[in-house]
Design a protein around this ligand. Structure first.
Ligand code: MD3
Ligand code: FE
Length: 238
């Protein structure tokens, strides 16, 4: 047998096996490889700027006193358990960074691309004629051992979709149901460059990140270790 008959193709291009946009649940669309590596590197550059302040990357403290293992910097509105504020009153009292216009445009393209890719046409936006206009982003950084427990995102006063972008190491994403934080789940591996949009009936589903897969960051994504996740939201606040 020639040696190349044994060549492990899946190690060269694993995404080729699962590269199609996929409806995971009603309103929940996974678009693998949506960001180019150049876009990923550019966003990693912006992340470096956001973490310079005025509010540093911080692990939020939950009401019981436990600290999250994920560290977050926010844009537009500062999130703290469990509310949005304009100043980081749980960190250093400083004002949150502006929500950038480029991210509004990216969010609109994300929702349009995700829903058109799987033929979703229903009312996942409050008013489909109205543009998606996110006004807050939580930018999460996962380093070694960081994880996020099953939770719902319900501090927003809007039912508009959440847009999620992943850069860096792959992770296991657990998408649950709206009723309980337990089964049934759908587990999905999220990789660098992936887009996920959660709207309609999926908007208030429980979800979490059981683990990040160390050493899986692509060499060209701009991060050598760890994982960045950006979630854009419409707060419904003013
Ligand atoms: C489904 N972040 O910031 S992104 C979060 O990878 C959060 O950092 C995870 O959960 C992360 O709140 C998961 C996927 C995600 C984000 C928000 C959602 C899924 C969602 C809101 C509603 C439903
Ligand atoms: Fe969440």
């Amino acid at each position: 047998m020639s040696e190349d008959a044994l060549f492990p193709l899946e190690l060269v291009q694993p995404e080729a096996y699962d590269a199609e946009p996929r409806l995971i649940a009603p309103g929940a669309v996974h678009v693998p490889g949506w960001l180019t590596s150049e876009q990923q590197r550019w966003i990693v550059g912006r992340f470096g700027e956001w973490t310079q302040g005025p509010v540093p990357l911080r692990a939020a403290t939950l009401p019981g006193g436990r600290r999250m293992s994920v560290r977050t910097v926010c844009l537009g509105w500062h999130w703290q358990p469990y509310k949005y504020t304009r100043e980081a009153t749980d960190v250093n009292g400083r004002p949150v960074l502006d929500f950038p216009d480029w991210m509004v445009r990216l969010g609109r393209k994300a929702v349009a691309d995700a829903y058109s890719s799987v033929g979703v046409v229903d009312g996942t936006l409050a008013d489909p004629a109205e543009d998606y206009t996110p006004d807050a982003a939580l930018v999460n950084f996962y380093d070694d051992g960081a994880a996020m427990g099953m939770h719902q995102d319900k501090d927003e006063r809007s039912t508009a979709p959440v847009v999620s972008l992943s850069i860096g190491e792959s992770c296991l994403f657990r998408f649950g149901n709206t009723e309980t934080r337990t089964k049934p789940y759908t587990d999905v591996e999220l990789r660098s460059g992936d887009l996920f949009v959660f709207g309609g009936p999926s908007r208030f589903a429980y979800h979490g990140i059981p683990k990040v897969l160390p050493g899986t960051a692509p060499t060209d994504c701009g991060l050598t270790h760890g994982r960045i996740n950006i979630t854009m939201r419409v707060t419904g606040l003013s």
